[in-house]
Design a protein around this ligand. Structure first.
Ligand code: HEC
Ligand code: HEC
Length: 364
């Protein structure tokens, strides 16, 4: 019976070969190509189109922003802001996330456990209005006619979606963006070369940092787990992937975390474990960008919760009732701190930060 269902699925989606040239993955042996929604495919044509769209300010309602405005390649596709402004000038509540190895994540954004595909996520910055990011919906006719009348893009939509009568539209745009995002693979850092058996790729100091990171006392790897550095690639279990780290004694009403989705009081302050890939270049940190640098992040963990002396959210985060018990604090001497920072630095993948195939094609 199972086999029959499998065959039916194949007939529904597989009898017409995916239009276009299948993307060739170049991955380490421990990783399969990322899962994709049923009926979807990653093709060179979609990826090429998605890359252009990612960098195209004409996708925003007032032609001022593209995805890359808040996701800059040299910063690991974060933006250096605590919280960015959207295209209409409204300041967002949350920090722009760095982007890498997204195809393997089980959910997207800081708090939204329901955001489970890249297609669904891309729709939010594209047309969402709470808050407005690209806000394409404010001038959708112009956005789509710009796409259609641009000679390169017009052809690229047809090449990427030859099966569609109307290849230019919101749905093909998010599908192409998602295809491009699935190819944003950052697995060529010194840490990766060390994982592949090159012992010299990590300095002795960074190796000591890795030991601390994975060891029981600091336990960073409990949450920033595995080569992709987050439990959100391995599990759909919210208890594993959404964690309150005690940043605030009382989380601000505009940053309640998973509670915003579930309405459960016990989900207050729980945010998805971010990957730490390229973390040394993607400051500031945390869901609200309130961690200025990696030293501040380590101070927070060492204290088992962050104390804010002043301001509207002053308080001792370690008293937060939802704080994960694993954030319990530890002693961190200067040498261990340097070692940990050396390891976090070794998660930077210079080839990713300058990869021509991920760069702004309008600069070509
Ligand atoms: C105005 C700034 C801004 C723009 C423009 C923007 N983003 Fe983002 N991006 C953010 C912020 C802020 C977050 C965190 C959102 C949240 O937690 O709700 C984010 C999160 C993401 C994530 C989730 C990453 C993860 O690890 O879960 C993806 C993927 C993403 N953005 C892709 C895009 C794409 C594609 C576009 C263009 C269509 C885009 N972004 C445009 C600011 C922006
Ligand atoms: C119990 C799970 C857990 C443990 C243990 C943990 N983290 Fe985190 N980490 C998280 C979560 C969740 C966030 C996001 C918190 C937020 O923004 O509210 C985070 C955020 C971070 C960030 C900021 C990343 C960014 O892009 O903004 C860094 C850096 C970091 N952790 C490093 C570490 C280090 C180093 C350790 C060990 C000392 C550690 N973490 C231990 C869950 C954990």
């Amino acid at each position: 019976m199972l086999l029959l269902w499998g065959a039916a699925g194949f007939l529904a989606h597989g009898c017409v070969p995916a239009a276009g040239t299948a993307w060739e993955w170049d991955l380490p042996s421990y990783l399969e190509p990322p899962p994709i929604p049923e009926g979807e495919s990653v093709t060179e044509e979609k990826v090429a189109l998605g890359r252009r769209l990612f960098y195209d300010v004409r996708l925003s309602g007032n032609e001022t922003q593209s995805c890359a405005t808040c996701h800059e390649q040299a910063r690991g596709f974060a933006d250096g802001e605590a919280t960015p402004e959207g295209s209409t000038g409204v300041v967002l509540d949350r920090n722009s996330m760095s982007l890498a190895n997204l195809g393997w994540f089980t959910s997207y954004t800081w708090p939204n456990a329901l955001m489970d595909t890249l297609e669904r996520q891309a729709l939010v910055p594209l047309v969402g209005d709470t808050p407005p990011e690209l806000h394409a919906g404010s001038d959708l006719e112009r956005v789509l006619s710009d796409m259609e009348s641009d000679p390169w893009l017009g052809d690229a939509f047809v090449a990427a979606f030859p099966e569609l009568d109307e290849p230019v539209g919101i749905d093909p745009i998010v599908r192409a963006l998602a295809a491009f995002e699935r190819t944003m693979v950052s697995l060529d850092s010194p840490y990766d070369r060390y994982l592949q058996g090159d012992d010299g790729a990590l300095s002795p100091e960074a190796q000591r940092g890795l030991e601390l990171f994975e060891g029981d006392i600091l336990g960073c790897a409990d949450c920033h787990a595995g080569p992709l550095q987050t439990t959100a690639t391995q599990s759909n279990d919210r208890a594993e992937t959404f964690v309150n780290t005690g940043l605030y004694e009382q989380y601000p009403p505009f940053a309640l975390g998973l509670l915003e989705i579930t309405g459960e009081a016990s989900d207050m302050g729980r945010f998805r474990v971010p990957s730490l890939r390229n973390v040394a270049v993607s400051a500031p940190y945390f869901h609200d960008g309130s961690g200025p640098d990696l030293d501040a992040v380590l101070d927070h963990y060492a204290a088992g919760g962050r104390t804010l002396e002043q301001g509207p959210w002053a308080g001792d985060g370690s008293n937060n009732p939802n704080k994960d018990p694993r954030i319990s604090g530890f002693e961190l001497g200067d040498e261990d701190r340097s070692a940990l920072l050396a390891f976090l630095d070794a998660l930077t993948d210079p080839s990713y930060l300058s990869a021509p195939e991920l760069s702004d094609p309008y600069g070509d």
